[in-house]
Design a binder for this molecule. Structure first.
Ligand code: ADP
Length: 464
């Protein structure tokens, strides 16, 4: 191929400009790793109120251009997708507009991408537009699309009456493309039209072909299985590294691990827990959604906190979990510290200060919390699903093999058994120290995953 590979990555959230979850981390970090590999990559996202720049462009990494799509009526809002009353009512208008602008802006900037890399339902219309409204547009004659599923449970479902808002011909509203149980489904159409598909871990790529994890789209995905791959996310060690992290109380490395425990004591102090480094501290940072397994946590928390363990949770999401954790905070005022908000700084402190990181997800496309935890010497307790299964293996205290504490069946008793094993292992000081040191040495940087993406882009270009 002549010249550098040209990629336009479209995402509805990108760190550091806007974030609700892991998609933003990926969209902020992958382009920087691609840049390092010599790809000419640009990023495009909506200009939300959280984007403080005056211009309609920004920058990531050394020189990755970020194009902001402006439309104050749609995007200058405090939240990205909805507020406490639920999803914004005009999300279809907002993201159909954004998807059109992905193509229009590329033309305005005279950036002819080899690949448009779309992510989740918010950009699922891009491959559709490219193959319909822009099918004969010479500007995109050699542009291919890649679609990444970060979470199949969020599909962009809208009442079929709203279909005309897409600007597409009604003939596309049929069972092959948009129609889905009497609604319209943006993700479905994106999955059909994109040249190649991937998801964010090899195990999740298998799981979504089953009725248990396929969220009703398993049939569509199975028909495209030859075009589907799984690429585990990396994390951005520029942002997540206890040796350079300015947001934690005290920087540390595996050579100065005592300072991790200094962080722990300072967090205990700050959040009102008993200051004592020998009490195991379990941390959780998460969206509070059914996906994340908090019904299991609720079922065992009384038993866990009877064991001389401390629990700190940072999360926001479904109201029922806010109610639940407020109650837990009241019952366990001494051993639990609950923060029901989004707070990037507190998050780093919790990763740094905790001994264990709890992630008992029902399903988990990749999961970043366990990878971030490794880097901070915080050992994950996870359910064996999706990316958690691909990154955490059961620790065996007798051989020292494995990297965390795991369970398989989605049952509270199994989670409790994993927590008990973790807590008892924590009390074996030498075994624990070795485990912490080992997980801190893992390399989940983006470099390897970015190479897999480049390979996928090249495969997409060769198609047809
Ligand atoms: P998901 O994308 O399903 O939310 P991931 O594990 O892939 O889950 O990514 C979650 C990311 O969001 C991590 O970087 C995590 O630290 C961060 N995060 C989640 N909830 C909060 C919160 N309340 N405050 C700060 N960061 C949070």
């Amino acid at each position: 191929m002549a010249g550098a590979l040209k990629v336009l990555l479209a995402s509805s959230e990108v760190v550091p400009f806007a974030k609700t979850g892991g998609l933003a981390d990926v969209a902020g970090a992958l382009p920087q790793a691609l840049e390092e590999l010599g790809v000419d990559v640009r990023v495009i996202m909506p200009k939300y109120a959280s984007v403080k720049l005056k211009e309609n462009f920004g920058k990531l990494g050394k020189n990755v251009k970020v194009y902001f799509v402006e439309n104050d009526g749609y995007f200058a809002r405090p939240q990205l997708y909805g507020d406490k009353f639920g999803d914004y009512k005009d999300n279809l208008d907002r993201f159909a507009f954004f998807s059109r602008q992905v193509l229009e802006r590329a033309k305005q900037e005279n950036f002819r991408p080899d690949i448009i890399h779309c992510n989740d339902w918010q950009t699922a219309l891009v491959p559709v537009y490219l193959n319909t409204l822009y099918k004969y547009d010479p500007f995109f004659a050699s542009t291919k699309t890649v679609f990444t599923i970060h979470n199949l449970a969020y599909q962009g479902l809208f009442p079929k009456e709203e279909f005309p808002k897409t600007g597409l011909d009604w003939s596309l509203f049929n069972i092959r493309y948009f129609e889905f149980y009497d609604k319209m489904n943006l993700m479905k159409a994106g999955l059909v039209y994109a040249d190649l598909l991937n998801t964010v871990s090899p195990t999740y790529a298998e799981e979504i072909q089953t009725s248990e994890f396929g969220c009703g789209l398993e049939g569509v995905i199975k028909t495209r299985r030859d075009s589907l791959s799984g690429i585990l996310n990396g994390i951005d060690y520029g942002a997540w590294n206890p040796e350079t992290d300015n947001k934690i109380f005290k920087k540390y490395s595996s050579a100065t691990i005592g300072d991790k425990y200094a962080n722990k004591e300072m967090l205990q102090e700050e959040v009102g827990l008993k200051v004592n480094r020998s009490i195991p501290l379990i941390g959780t940072i998460s969206r509070l959604a059914d996906q994340k397994g908090f019904d299991l946590v609720a079922a065992i928390i009384d038993k866990v906190l009877k064991m001389d363990v401390q629990f700190v949770l940072l999360g926001t999401g479904d109201n029922k979990y806010h109610v639940l954790f407020e109650k837990i905070q009241k019952t366990h005022a001494k051993s639990a510290a609950i923060f029901l908000k989004f707070d990037a700084i507190l998050a780093q402190k919790i990763y740094a200060s905790s001994d264990l990181f709890l992630m008992p997800s029902r399903y988990e496309p990749c999961g970043l919390g366990q990878l971030i935890s490794f880097k901070y010497g915080t050992v994950p307790i996870v359910r064996q699903t999706g990316g958690l299964k691909d990154s955490v293996t059961e620790f065996d205290p007798s051989t020292g093999e494995g990297s965390g504490f795991t369970f398989t069946g989605y049952e509270a008793e199994r989670l409790l058994a994993a927590v008990k094993k973790a807590v008892s292992t924590y009390s074996k000081k030498e075994v624990w120290a070795k485990l912490v040191k080992k997980v801190m040495g893992y390399d989940y940087s983006w470099t390897r995953s970015a190479k897999d993406y480049v390979e996928m882009y090249e495969r997409a270009i060769e198609k047809r």
